[in-house]
Design a protein around this ligand. Structure first.
Ligand code: SF4
Length: 351
C-alpha cells in the first residue's frame, strides 16, 4: 500500500509552494493556514506572509495587528494569534530554534497532534502519522469502518490512528503523510470519490459505498452595514470600527459600522456581498452613508476611526470589510478578485 500510494503521489502531486522547502517554520505556517481554508486561498496568502515574516524571530517581534492584517482573508483569526504566541515562545524558550520532534512541537500554543506530526514528518523526517479529516475518511473507507454516534466516532478514530501509524512509510514519512492527505483532497473526496483512478482501489472494501457523515446544514442571515467615506487634507478616508478586545470572535479587528435595522431600509443599497463564516451564509447589504449624518449607525460601543485608504489596506481588517472595500473600488483587488462592482464617483458626489 505504501508503494502504491507513494508512486501515485510522485506522479500526481500538485505543485504547491510549501512543497519546495524543508524549512520547518515555513511548513508550520502552511499547515496552520491550510486548516479550514481552501488551498487556492492559502496559495494567495502564503508567500506574502513569509515575505513579511520570513523567520520565526520576525514573526515573534511583529505587532499582533500586523500579523492579523497579513492573515486577512484566511479567516479563523485565532490561528494567527496562536501562531504569533507560539513564535514568541520559540524565541523566548528555544532561542529561535523551531522544535524538531512532534512531542516538542505539541507543547507550543495552537499546535495539536495533527500539525505537530505534519511538521515533524515533512521537515525532519520523523516517523509519525498524521490523521486529519481526509486521512480518517480514506482509511475508514478502505476498512469499511462506519460510526453512527459519538462513541462510535471515537472508536473509529482510534482504529484509524493505529492503522495510520502502522502504514506510514519509514523512509519517506513526510511524503507518505502528504500523499494520503492529497488522496483524500483530490481522489477520495467526501462526495463522488474517484475510485477508478485510486491507487488503493484493490485494497478498498467500500469502493465509494461508504457513508460519510453529513455536515451540519448552513444557515442564512442578512445584515446591513455602512460605507462612509470623506475627503480630508490627508486624502480619502473611510470610517471603520474596531471590535472589542473582549469579543470572542475576531477581537481587535477592524470592520465597517453596522446599521440600525430600521434605518437601513430607507437607504440606497450600493453593493451586496455574500460572505460565509463558519456555518452561516451572510448576505451583507452595504449602504452609502453621508459623513455628515452618522445617526443610523448602530451603537455597539466600538471605537471608531477615520482611516486613510492606503493605511486601511495594511490594517487587521475582517475578511468581510476587506471584501466590501475591494468591491467598492477603495482597496486594490488582488489578481484573482473580480473587477470592482461599485463606482467610486458616487462617493465623491456625497462628500
Ligand atoms: S477506492 Fe474509492 S472509496 Fe476506496 S479509498 Fe479509493 S477513492 Fe476512496
Amino acid at each position: 500500500m505504501r508503494n502504491e500510494l507513494l508512486g501515485w503521489y510522485d506522479r500526481n502531486k500538485r505543485d504547491l509552494p510549501w512543497r519546495h522547502t524543508n524549512d520547518s517554520y515555513a511548513i508550520w505556517i502552511s499547515e496552520i493556514m491550510l486548516q479550514q481554508t481552501r488551498v487556492a486561498v492559502v496559495i494567495e496568502r502564503y508567500s506574502a506572509f513569509l515575505e513579511r515574516f520570513p523567520t520565526v524571530n520576525a514573526l515573534a517581534e511583529a505587532d499582533e495587528q500586523d500579523v492579523l492584517a497579513l492573515w486577512s482573508g484566511l479567516g479563523y483569526y485565532r490561528r494567527a494569534r496562536m501562531l504569533h504566541r507560539a513564535a514568541q515562545t520559540v524565541v523566548a524558550q528555544e532561542a529561535g530554534m523551531m522544535p524538531a520532534t512532534a512531542d516538542e512541537l505539541r507543547k507550543l500554543p495552537g499546535i495539536g497532534s495533527y500539525t505537530a506530526a505534519a511538521v515533524a514528518s515533512i521537515a525532519h523526517g520523523e516517523h509519525v502519522a498524521v490523521v486529519d479529516g481526509n486521512v480518517e475518511r480514506v482509511l475508514s473507507r478502505i476498512r469499511g469502518w462506519e460510526s453512527h454516534d459519538t462513541v462510535g466516532e471515537a472508536a473509529v478514530r482510534r482504529k484509524v490512528e493505529e492503522f495510520a501509524a502502522g502504514l506510514v512509510a519509514p523512509r519517506r514519512p513526510g511524503d507518505f503523510n502528504q500523499a494520503i492527505m492529497e488522496l483524500g483532497a483530490t481522489v477520495c473526496t467526501p462526495r463522488n470519490p474517484q475510485c477508478l483512478v485510486c491507487p488503493w482501489a484493490a485494497e478498498c472494501r467500500t469502493l465509494g459505498e461508504h457513508k460519510t457523515p453529513k455536515r451540519a446544514p448552513m444557515t442564512s442571515r442578512e445584515i446591513a452595514c455602512a460605507l462612509i467615506v470623506r475627503e480630508s487634507d490627508a486624502g480619502t478616508e473611510v470610517l471603520l470600527e474596531q471590535r472589542a478586545a473582549t469579543n470572542t470572535v475576531m477581537p481587535g479587528m477592524w470592520e465597517l459600522p453596522t446599521l440600525e435595522p430600521t434605518g437601513a431600509t430607507a437607504l440606497e443599497e450600493v453593493v451586496t456581498v455574500r460572505h460565509a463564516i463558519m456555518q452561516v451564509n451572510y448576505t451583507v447589504r452595504v449602504h452609502l452613508l453621508p459623513p455628515s449624518d452618522l445617526s443610523l449607525i448602530a451603537n455597539t460601543g466600538a471605537a471608531q476611526r477615520w482611516i486613510r485608504l492606503p493605511e486601511a489596506s495594511t490594517m487587521a481588517l475582517t475578511g468581510l470589510a476587506r471584501k466590501v472595500l475591494r468591491r467598492a473600488g477603495l482597496l486594490q483587488s488582488s489578481a484573482r478578485n473580480k473587477p470592482t462592482a461599485f463606482a467610486p464617483p458616487a462617493i465623491k458626489e456625497l462628500v
